[in-house]
Design a protein around this ligand. Structure first.
Ligand SMILES: NC(=O)c1ccc[n+]([C@@H]2O[C@H](COP(=O)([O-])OP(=O)(O)OC[C@H]3O[C@@H](n4cnc5c(N)ncnc54)[C@H](OP(=O)(O)O)[C@@H]3O)[C@@H](O)[C@H]2O)c1
Length: 231
């Protein structure tokens, strides 16, 4: 039975990953900040208590991440999905940057997401599939940007893309495939109701993409449909 670990698994894309991998017979380690409030995730875990487990994880707290890593130290993880993220402030105007909010956004989307990758290197390296996916965003692409909004979010996703590239290169000789993936614009709390894609479709596409990843893909920035995105 292959194993997946997902951060931010209590709602949005993370919850949908847990739902789909759980339904497909995978062992699922679903991480979230407040398991006692994660009722939908609890229902998924209750349906397959032998295979789906819920772990408390706040990605900005080093001890929280390392506790989960230690608790799972003997368990290979085939696919690690560093998904937890925040939008930060929606708007942005030159001269009105909210530096506190920017710092918080970087803490979650860059340092937290990267700490998750680093903490589970041994688990992924010891697995059969050896894949790491960080959920990034097209808004982090400098080439695609018409950047009059979302400064905190855009810079956080551009930075985490570079972190993914660094981790990918550091792990290439161990056969680990480490990529940044844009899920598209998706109907979640973050994406809003007017977004293009339902979570089912975006996550289904990303799962198909993960299946096709080979060592040749490591260090790439990929769209959910498998096409390569410009940095
Ligand atoms: N939806 C889109 O259109 C879209 C587009 C591009 C990229 N993305 C990316 O996709 C990923 C998932 O987004 P989503 O749309 O599912 O967003 P969402 O519905 O807002 O869910 C965000 C998830 O991240 C968790 N989270 C936030 N801060 C955390 C922290 N410090 N520690 C642990 N967990 C934390 C949240 O947990 P709580 O419930 O505890 O807050 C929640 O589970 C994010 O990285 C996002 O940037 C989304």
């Amino acid at each position: 039975m292959p194993t997946v670990l997902i951060t931010g698994a209590n709602r949005g894309l993370g919850l949908e990953f847990a739902r789909q991998y759980g339904a497909d017979g995978w062992r699922v380690h679903a991480c979230c900040r407040n398991p006692e409030e994660a009722s939908e995730l609890g229902t998924i875990a209750a349906a397959r208590p032998d295979a789906v487990s819920v772990h408390r994880m706040e990605v900005t707290e080093a001890a929280s991440v390392s506790t989960v890593a230690q608790n799972l130290s003997d368990q290979p993880i085939d696919i690690l999905i560093s998904n937890a993220g925040i939008l930060g402030g929606r708007g942005w105007k030159l001269g009105q940057t909210d530096y506190g909010n920017w710092e918080e956004t970087l803490m979650v989307n860059v340092l937290g997401a990267t700490h998750v990758l680093e903490s589970f290197v041994d688990h992924v390296t010891s697995s059969d599939l050896k894949k790491m996916a960080t959920i990034s965003s097209k808004l982090g692409s400098i080439e695609l940007a018409r950047a009059t909004s979302n400064l905190a979010y855009r810079t956080s996703k551009a930075a985490v893309n570079m972190a993914v590239k660094c981790v990918a290169d550091a792990l290439a000789d161990r056969g680990v495939v480490c990529v940044a993936v844009s899920p598209g614009w998706v109907q979640t709390d973050m994406g809003g109701a007017n977004a293009d894609l339902a979570p089912e479709e975006s996550v289904g596409n990303m799962r198909t993409l993960f299946e096709t990843l080979t060592p040749g893909h490591t260090g790439q920035f990929l769209n959910h449909d498998g096409t390569e995105l410009p940095w």
